[in-house]
Design a protein around this ligand. Sequence first.
Ligand code: NAD
Ligand code: GLY
Length: 354
Amino acid sequence: MRKLEVALGERSYPIYIGGGLLSSGIGAEHVVTDRALLVSNETVAPLYADRLALPGIDVQRVILPDGERYKRLETCERVYDALIEGRFDRSATIVALGGGVIGDLAGFCAATYQRGVGYIQIPTTLLAQVDSSVGGKTGVNHPKGKNMIGAFHQPRAVIADTDVLATLPNRELAAGLAEVVKYGLIRDRPFFDWLEAEAEALLRRDPEALAHAVAESCRNKAAVVAADEREAGERALLNLGHTFGHAIETYTGYSSWLHGEAVAVGLCMAARMSVELGWLAESEWERTRRLLERFGLPTEPPPIPEAQFRELMSVDKKSRGGRLRLVLLQGVGDAVVTADFDPAALDRTLATHP
Ligand code: NAD
Ligand code: GLY
């Protein structure tokens, strides 16, 4: 087992990574009373809820429908109902067992029930293990925008059991790998090199390779979150590729594209734009595209009219005073957030991706 820490003073917490963690009982020490509410969904609960050992804890369950479309306030009501009917008080602990949808929603319920109770993240997708379970961003979607309702609320612990990745559909695994590649591009060139070398091992789900990828991703994310918990600056780097990606997700109605797939295209477009600006070597863009392709990820957007692409990008949460800010690359492992770029480079990037 690997153990990392998200260093946030009093709110610091551990991230455990390894095989067999669900049945190890490790979660129990982070439930401060003898009761907890497990929040999971109809896909994950039948696979893993019984494997989760929390010795000495009386665990009640609320099992939600599966899908991004259920990541909304109405679904939170089910969790609040279970908490109130189960007479959970402010010492309650919520245990989120599932992918990013369950983690974000259960975390938001924890942030808001009785003005905030504790929760533990037990992420079961690669995306959730490398990204959404770490860092305390919780929330749900609004019909008019993704993740528009939310709160920063850090978990008490993150338990990433890499054994559960065995049942993940290939497409979901690839979507998680897009976020893994993102860390290499943002701030960790040696990790990017390692991903190129070990791509085949990751695709065959070699346990050691997966555990290393999860640990290195979490190490990078934990460092960024510790430096800038509320996204005043550096944390925005974690959105590399996301402004382009969100435009694709919104255009396609959050149905046909997985978030990680849209991010993969976004990484390519951000890299391409960086080449257009003269900041990134053509060969580095090629490397990025090739690696994502090896993971079976898309690297070209669907046909979106240029003006509409631009309009969709402009609603990004990073925009300030109507000015688009983007995360761009000065090299593999060297990202910057900036509004100071030649707009013609964005024009060329959108034009070459019709
Ligand atoms: P998801 O939670 O929808 O999970 C994908 C699918 O895999 C679901 O059908 C799920 O039931 C299933 N599944 C989960 N674990 C499984 C397993 N071990 N075996 C088989 N099937 C399994 O999607 P996701 O990609 O995990 O998360 C996407 C969500 O995460 C989005 O809502 C996104 O906004 C959010 N997100 C949040 C953050 C953050 O910082 N909070 C960061 C990135 C993404
Ligand atoms: N997924 C981006 C962040 O946590 O900041």
